[in-house]
Design a protein around this ligand. Structure first.
Ligand code: FES
Ligand code: FES
Length: 156
């Protein structure tokens, strides 16, 4: 049975009607038109669909709407501010850290959560923070360099 849910995504409140066990990922992509969050494994294992929920990375494919309602949700579209890319996004471009790019939004989300709580991470901090994100193109080393570059730009 459909219920009404209030979601706050990237600072914007929306109301939508869906069954309470609908995955947040479908609401983001299909109802709110936020296509940056990807469907990968669909079972919480790959990180392609990560979003921030109250500041922590979580799989949108494995988060039902009832659990997302009332929380602060940030997708990759919400990382930049005022039309500017987030420093992580600049650094990913500079380091050419994406190949196919399918995993990239989830990795940016994990990296943003890391830098928010640890502005000067070591390489092993970055590797640990990205541990739940798979990249089948094997771009991890460039991504780690990009995260370290962004950290330096934010907090030299
Ligand atoms: S699609 Fe959600 S973790 Fe893989
Ligand atoms: S860049 Fe292709 S899956 Fe990561």
């Amino acid at each position: 049975m459909a219920e009404r849910f209030q979601l706050t995504v990237n600072g914007v409140e929306s109301e939508l009607e869906a069954s309470s066990d609908t995955a947040l990922l479908y609401a983001l992509r299909n109802d709110l038109g936020l296509k940056g969050t990807r469907f990968g494994c669909g079972s919480g294992q790959c990180g392609a669909c990560f979003v921030l929920i109250d500041g922590y990375p979580a799989p949108a494919c494995d988060t039902p709407l009832w659990a997302a309602a009332g929380k602060r949700i940030t997708t990759v579209e919400g990382l930049g501010k005022g039309g500017e890319l987030h420093p992580l996004q600049h650094a990913f471009l500079t380091e050419q850290a994406a190949q196919c790019g399918y995993c990239t939004s989830g990795i940016l989300i994990s990296a943003a959560a890391l830098l928010a709580r640890n502005p000067r991470p070591t390489e092993s901090d970055v590797r640990a923070a990205l541990d739940r994100n798979l990249c089948r193109c094997g771009s991890h080393n460039r991504m780690v360099r990009a995260v370290l570059r962004a950290a330096f730009e934010i907090a030299p």
